[in-house]
Design a protein around this ligand. Structure first.
Ligand code: ADP
Length: 248
């Protein structure tokens, strides 16, 4: 038996909007190194939960623990430093950069801007690390091109690279294949499947094929509450989960 705390844990997490309970007593446990998926129909509360985990929203009640440390009231940027990161849509500025430029900035951001470019060696190291990161996500061949000109699938992979630049312990992957054309999907799926094993991944996803091929555990959120939780096999044959999805 291991004494390692869960990589990520919520205890009795609640979030109200007025009288409406968008997050209803959520107890989520994500084991270190897990490939954990969070699924649920539209309006189930997935986005709200992600915003609570990253600190964009504060919970009305309950606690959030990262590797056993209480981060319930930790500011969003400090949570990144403590090891929780999420993917973000590439903004307009980064669209005009090359992947190498964007990833280098992300690596420098992690290393702390205070000793930014104190030496030329540090600058070169940041560029080398950014290039290696891009290579690991299949982006080596396009790292010198303007991001806006890249296929959509490659842009989504760059989003993952930028999130990984902070060297997170827990990566929140928000619908990595959303909007990616059919012919590019296999590339995104393969790279998501090949993410470093030491990074714990919580995948928030609509696409059942992706969830079933990727996850080792699944939590199903319905009306703000955990409705079912189990292994992929357990969830795949759970009649009440099927009912929710067929009824959507
Ligand atoms: P999902 O991401 O699973 O589609 P959301 O977390 O976006 O679900 O929304 C869950 C519920 O909470 C929805 O009914 C939504 O209308 C409500 N909700 C989300 N954000 C707010 C808000 N800021 N104010 C009021 N209601 C909200």
């Amino acid at each position: 038996a291991t004494t390692r705390p869960p990589a990520l844990e919520t205890r009795g997490l609640k979030r109200r909007f007025g009288a409406f309970l968008a997050t209803d007593d959520v107890n989520l446990t994500v084991a270190p190194g897990a490939r954990h998926a969070l699924i649920g129909p539209n309006g189930a509360g997935k986005t709200t939960l992600v915003n609570l985990l990253t600190g964009v929203l504060s919970p009305s009640e309950g606690r959030i623990l990262l590797s056993g440390e209480d981060i319930t009231h930790t500011a969003p940027y400090r949570r990144v430093g403590k090891g929780i990161a999420r993917t973000f849509q590439i903004n307009r500025l980064f669209m005009n950069f090359t992947p190498l430029e964007a990833a280098t900035l992300a690596v420098i951001e992690r290393s702390g801007r205070s000793h930014l470019l104190k030496s030329l060696g540090a600058e070169h190291r940041a560029i080398d690390q950014a290039a290696a990161l891009l290579d690991s996500l299949g982006l080596a061949s396009v790292m010198g091109e303007r991001t806006a000109t890249l296929p959509y699938g490659k842009q989504r992979l760059l989003e993952i690279a930028l999130a990984l630049a902070s060297r997170p312990k827990v990566l929140l992957l928000d619908e990595p294949a959303a909007g990616v054309p059919e012919e590019e999907r296999h590339e995104v799926l393969a790279i998501v499947a090949a993410l470093p094993a030491d990074v714990t991944v919580l995948l928030i996803e609509h696409d059942m094929d992706l969830v079933f091929s990727f996850a080792d555990r699944i939590s199903v959120l319905v009306a703000g509450a955990i409705y079912a939780e189990g292994t992929v096999a357990e969830i795949a044959r759970d009649p009440k989960v099927k009912a929710v999805y067929l009824g959507e």
